[in-house]
Structures are given as structure tokens and as C-alpha cells.
Design a protein around this ligand. Sequence first.
Ligand code: AMP
Length: 370
Amino acid sequence: MTGVDHPGSVEPNGVIGILGGGQLGRMLAMAAARLGLRTHVYCPDEYFPAADVAAAKTNASYTDENALATFAASVDVITYEFENVPVETVAFLLSVGACVRPGAMALEMAQDRLVEKEFVGGLGAATALFHAVNDLASLDAGLKKVGRPAILKTRRLGYDGKGQTRLTEADIDLHGAFEKAIEFAWAEVGAAPSILEGFVPFEREISIIGARGAEGDIRLYDPTENVHANGILKTSSVPAAVSEATAEIAGAVAANILNALDYVGVVGVEFFVLPGGAIVINEFAPRVHNSGHWTLDGCAVSQFEQHIRAVAGWPLGDPARHSDAVMENLIGDDVHAWRSMSEQKNACLHLYGKRDARAGRKMGHVTRLR
Ligand code: AMP
């Protein structure tokens, strides 16, 4: 393609490498294809949802240096759809000259809940009270600091409510003694290095999907209001029932994170909103985010296209919302209602091509436009 030279930018017909092949990788690949870009997806699983829509795929582990080097040589830029890609994998890709966006720093910060809390706290964002837990004694000390109820979460590898357990007065009654209850909670997280968080008495949960381009420009989508069931996102709605002031503060926190990490790509930042409108950050994901799926149907440029634009070094698109929307995740058996949902007016159905509708598995989503 001809035009003004933009160093570091991937031209149409170029190839975006994606680490991870789940539904997020699938929707990234579809967005890339719309822009005339090809994708090469690298995934350790034998079958993966992005495989159906990618131009090329590599099925190998994140530690296979030969496969990683071949992958790096076949693409113009590499991104990830999954925050638990090992940091060593990204370091290896960088060592063979690959451009990886967002970089390794974002992964390092997001993979460890304790490091993440200290990082966002350092940027001036309010967090829940927290305490590092490495054994029963530090769990006991943590409960004195953060109070009860509290939530014990593994520092690494937790998602969708996994690797976490609550500690309430009712649990203590159930176990007949405080000591027994904390032993049970510690066993629940597999006695792994953990973080204890004070329970935030939130009124609602929101998230901000933000993007930062290769030249440092930032675009934010409207805050999304999220409802979880059993630790898994159930619905995301826009507009969120928050004041402009709350939305602005949340947007500023997201922008601070993007700038501090010299980030290129889309980030999802989750917040608790307290009665009165003050916000407490819960966590951020260095990738496109489930609570941003509504942007596929509610905006001219979705979070997936925005991420591809950013990592390809293109100008970012307009994040303005053209419709009010409610996105509902189709989890496990929910997906069997696909036929009736496909008949509903203003319902945009997205299925991820997964074979088995196992309990708790995200099989698709439907966004209803208002
Ligand atoms: P997480 O895996 O940290 O995103 O937690 C999943 C969900 O659990 C959150 O979206 C909240 O609904 C709830 N949760 C997590 N941490 C806290 C907390 N410190 N206080 C209250 N609710 C929490």
C-alpha cells in the first residue's frame, strides 16, 4: 500500500500475531480481517475458537522457543488476548526482535494481584484495603487490618471468581471457630501466595474500556455497568447509572494506567462505585474485555477494532456510542436458546463456536440495542 510513511505501522495485508485463541482472539481476528489485515493465532490448545477465523495458526506451548521464533518471523506485530501469557514468552519474543504490544510491563502488573494493587495505588487510585497473605499467621494479621467480611484471592491465575473465597461472620459460625474458618479459607485458595481484600460495600460495578495508540493518544468508551453472578460477568449495560463526575474520575484512572505503562492497545479497568459516587478500582485487564463486547454493536469502532488499530499503529477510531445497549453473556446451557434469540428484534447474537456447553463456560453473547 502506498501513502505517507508511518514507522512501526502495519499496512493493510500485513499480519497481526495473537497469543491466545479464545473468543477474544476470535473477535480480534474478525476485526482485523475487516481492516484488510491477516491474523496468525498462537495457542497451546488443540482446538480453539479463533482457529475458525484466523489466516494462520500455530498450536504449540508458550515455552516452545522454536515455534515462538517461527511465529515471530511470520508476523508484523504481536499482541495477546489473554493476561496469563507467561512474561518469559514475551521476553523471548522481544529477544528475537518482535514488536509486542501492549508490552511485558502490562502483563507483569496485571498477573499478580498484589503487584497490581500496589501499582494502581501508587498512581493515586483508591483500592480496597489489602494485605499480602503467605500463611495462616499473615491471614490472621490481614483480617485484623482489613476487617470482616473479607475476600481471600490467589495472587496469580484467578479468573471468573476462581481462586477466591469469602470470609464472613457466617463462615466463622459455620466452622464453629475463627481458627477453623481461616484454615478452611486458606485451603480453599490452595495455600498459594494470596491477597486478602476488605469487602467493598459497593452500590454498583462499572468498567472503563480505554485505548492508547502508538503515539500516546487516548480514547475512552462510555462507562459500562456490570452485573456478576457466581463471580462471572452476566450483563453489561450502557449507559451506566453514574454521574458525569464519577465517569470522569474513572476515565482519568484508566488514562493514568495507560500512560504509566506506556501502553499500546485496549485495557479494561473494573471499578466498584460506592453510595455517593466515589470509586474504588478492583482490577485491570491488559486486553480487550468482556464488558466491552457491547461496542461491537453499539459503536462505529468496537474495542476489538480499536485494539487492532492501536497495535497496528493506525489512528484510533471514534469510541462514541450510537445506541444504548445491554450485553448478556451466554454461559453454559444459556446458548441453547440461540434460535429464539436470533429472532428477537434489535438482538445481535454472537456465538463463539465452542463445542461443549460446559457449566460456567462463556459460549457467546447477545447485545440488545435500545
Ligand atoms: P475479581 O475476580 O477480583 O474481579 O472478582 C470478581 C467479582 O467479585 C467482582 O466483580 C465483585 O463482584 C466481587 N468482588 C471482588 N473483590 C471484591 C471486594 N474486595 N469487595 C467486594 N466485592 C468484591
